[in-house]
Design a protein around this ligand. Sequence first.
Ligand code: NAI
Length: 724
Amino acid sequence: MSTTTETTAVRYDKDADGIVTLTLDDPQASANTMNERYVAGMAAAIDQLESERDDVTGVILASAKKTFFAGGNLKLLQAAQPEDAGRFFAEIETVKSQLRRLEQIGKPVVAALNGTALGGGLEIALAAHHRIAVDDPKSKFGFPEVTLGLLPGGGGVTRGVRMLGLQDALMNWLLQGQQRGPVEAKEKGFVDEIVATQDDLLPAARAWILANKDDEEAATQPWDRPGYRMPGGTPSSPKLAAFLPAFPANLRKQLKGAAYPAPRAILSAAVEGAQVDIDTASRIESRYLTSLATGPVSSSMIQAFFFDLQAISSGSLRPKGIEPSKVSRVGVLGAGMMGAGIAYACATRGIDVVLKDVSVEGADKGKAYSAGLLDKKVSKGRMTAEARDEILARITPTADAADLKGCDAVIEAVFEDAGLKAKVFAEAEEVLGDDALLCSNTSTLPITALAENVSRPKDFIGLHFFSPVDKMKLVEIIRGKESSDETLARAIDIVQQIGKIPIVVHDSRGFYTSRVFGTLILEAAALVEEGVDPATIERAATMAGFPAPPLAMLDEVSLTLTQHIRAEAMKETGVDLTAMPGTAVIDRMVGEFGRKGRAAGSGFYDYPADGPKKFWPGVREHFAKAETDVPLRDIQDRYLFAMALETAKCFEEGVIDSAPAANIGSIFGIGFPPITGGTAQFMQAYDGGLAGFVARARELAAAYGPRFEPSPWLVAKAERGEAF
Ligand code: NAI
């Protein structure tokens, strides 16, 4: 006999063997999330399970959607305010008490993971006694909460720690938000069994229940069994007692002292929870989640890392009505640092690459760069030798432009010289088809001017990659005056085809990212000029959440390049930029002390061959003043505001017109602190909104100079209560 009870988002079916299948299937959404329909459905299902308990053999948790369960409702999480804390805590406790009842039902419960289970989805699965996943590398398991400024507060921390032990749970799953495929998830302990296909899943779940139906232990979580001991020991056991005290310090070091609340809260919830019973631990976890979710950081991080990324990947920047396109053969002009990286990025995504340099040796060297990266993967067991060979075979090094024949697109990455770029495009155009896309990776030259040198300016566009290309996910697409909508759409398609994130900006000196980045490094140089100790200049940035300190980055970029860019800008605009705070320091560093930057061997740092870089003592000697006392908060605000105000200028001038693009570009391209949600989000989520931002900018202007004065355009926008 089979009984079926329709509930809201959880279907209840009992078969002749007494096996109950709870199918997660939200009738009003394409994916299951922890919304009110789920809560109501789960409540009814568990009531029914408890009342029919004696006739139940076991329980299968299944899903009728493409993914198993998508997790929490991020719109609600993002909207949570401090005053909602009480209600929020109560709601999480409701969800968790249901899962607690389920794991204590006294019958074997198995999670049949047909697809991805992240966050809340994985938490539901951990409440089962056994987890079976389908062998599909596209399925992902993990707790991405930390990347959104949150913590897995639906039992993820509490159960994770009890299943795997503190160390493994924290390192492998909780602190970094790793997302793992089924095989790796099994290796790391959150999946118990893998089946080959979807068709095998429910039979395997049934088989497990039937094999374990008389085994009380299989129907009990390890932590509910008498004599349970936490894997790896409790916090007071000798091994952990040696490891744990160093953990907060290591975490601080890893975060470079930055005020990221989520990893700290996860660590605290895990360690505190490991010392008490599971129900108390679970409440501790709920409290930490409540404080994160109702605070400002998670709201900004959810905006950037979920909604903005989703807006970009779903095509919000792509002109409408243009057929999706794909490239199969790409020409890369110039096999230097950037060209070699771009060739690698394309080849690993299945695209044939013609890699052209002035000599075959130069082109071979560019290909060897890919070989080096791939060899590393093979030696670490992350790639087979066959896969490496297949990827390498896609790259054809050459010195002959005729080999570019048949390419769907070319990406130019020769020296930063407009004349040379014109020459290589002319050579390429001779053999390319009439519809091949023409892209330049220039980092400073205006796209509109470069386009004047090709025969089809409408097909010309900027594709600004970041270094190192294999690691940096962002590509800034620069529309020239003549670039057509179709060209833009095709450029976005290429960027997405190679697994990178596109932002779209209009042509302007420095485009968007370099322009905004330039204000950060100049501000750091200005602080040197004011006599602030270089160690303070650097530490203030990392504590604010910048991934790298600004003087080190200035060395990396090279002081001479910033001089060159300044000179070009002065030539073009006629504006004297030499009085800008910071420029005098850079000019003295180069002119007086011959310190040009990292590549030239010395800058604000010394780079000894036999050890890590060290501050050049001369910075203190020549610039630092004992009486200078710029408060740390002001230093941090000067970085953040300089970059945000430049972003506002880019909006005002129409260089950028999308808040998601501004946010994602600033975080992924130039290291604006992820904790802020990006430059646009930083301004509008500032205490007091955009008006509060404007007020603080005026304070900075009064104290440190007119470069912090908000423009009338921005002031008017703030007065109208607008956002970006
Ligand atoms: P690079 O100096 O490492 O490489 C340039 C390559 O172009 C050299 O291998 C050179 O032999 C080759 N080349 C010169 N003339 C050529 C010709 N006629 N045909 C084919 N190849 C030729 O320079 P890098 O750093 O790779 O930069 C290339 C471009 O990318 C520049 O426009 C640069 O502004 C831009 N860019 C650089 C970034 C960086 O971080 N280095 C970041 C983003 C863009």
